[in-house]
Design a protein around this ligand. Structure first.
Ligand code: GAR
Length: 282
């Protein structure tokens, strides 16, 4: 498959980047549906950046030190956009993304987490699994929402916990599974994204808090609370709630999915009940 037919992936890392490397290696396969357009890091000396640069992958580093988080994220965001990135994979990126950043990329950020989610969100997952006496540990690939490690799980891989395991030995065995699971789940996710405009719209809309799918006049529509924020119109248009009524977006030709994602997120915000917005719904 030529790179032009592939979805452009941006990978965010903070350290050695072994999961990033697994994604880059998997992208060599002729049928891989994504191409790695950029590897970016909050740590200019991250080992994974050098690894990627040596292999001819574009890299970008921006330390967040000494600047407001919004400015730091705006620079990462600009680098991703400049590289034409369409979706983001977090791969050992050890920084919480702000709600505003997640909103801009809603439904288009995936992460790998070293536990069987929803168990052990956050840090020290292996030590916690051992301390709890779990017989099985593992890893999960999930969509990123503003709540830590809480988005839809796309896939999990299980790893047995041995009686003599330490957090380090268990982490090493789980990591082997991470390298298998992440490229496979990401490829599957990208394929569903590219299947049809409806499946892409579905993944964008349903990534928003408390969004649900229903039917209006026989066409798929997306609601939050009692209000519709997006609905299909015929086979080739999407109507999205806007300040001035409904905005119609064409789904034919070269669709700008970043723009569609932004419009859907704005529509959600206009439709969401005040209580959900006040609760920091996104
Ligand atoms: C991986 O085990 C990944 O699952 C974990 O950090 C490690 C990064 O290794 N991520 C998290 O804990 C995120 N909450 P890598 O840099 O070699 O991919």
């Amino acid at each position: 498959m030529a790179d032009t037919g592939r979805r452009k992936l941006g990978i965010l890392i903070s350290g050695r980047g072994s999961n990033m490397a697994a994604l880059v290696e998997a992208a060599r396969a002729p049928d891989c549906p994504y191409a790695v357009a950029l590897v970016a890091s909050d740590k200019p000396d991250a080992a994974g950046l050098a690894w990627a640069a040596e292999r001819g992958v574009a890299t970008f580093a921006q330390s967040p030190k000494g600047m407001p988080k919004a400015d730091y994220e705006a620079r990462i965001d600009a680098a991703l956009h400049d590289a034409g990135v369409e979706l983001i994979a977090l791969a050992g990126y050890m920084r919480l993304l702000s709600p505003a950043f997640v909103e801009r990329w809603a439904g288009r950020i995936v992460n790998i987490h070293p536990s069987l989610l929803p168990n052990y969100k956050g840090l020290d997952t292996h030590a916690r699994a051992i301390a709890a006496g779990d017989a099985v540990a593992g890893c999960s690939v999930h969509l990123v929402t503003e709540e830590l490690d809480a988005g839809t799980v796309l896939g999990r891989a299980e790893v047995p916990v041995h009686a003599d395991d330490t957090a380090e030995t268990l982490a090493a065995r789980v990591l082997v599974e991470e390298h298998r699971l992440y490229p496979a789940m990401l490829a599957e996710f990208v394929r569903t994204m590219t299947d049809s405009p409806l499946s892409r719209i579905r993944s964008l809309a349903l990534a928003l808090p408390e969004a649900a799918e229903s039917e209006e006049a026989g066409a798929p529509s997306f609601t939050v609370g009692d209000a519709t924020f997006a609905r299909l119109s015929g086979d080739d248009a999407l109507e999205v709630r806007a300040e001035s009524g409904w905005q119609t977006l064409a789904l034919t030709g070269d669709v700008d999915w970043t723009l569609v994602g932004d419009a859907i997120a704005r529509g959600w915000e206009l439709a969401a009940p005040a209580a959900l917005l006040e609760a920091g719904g996104r």
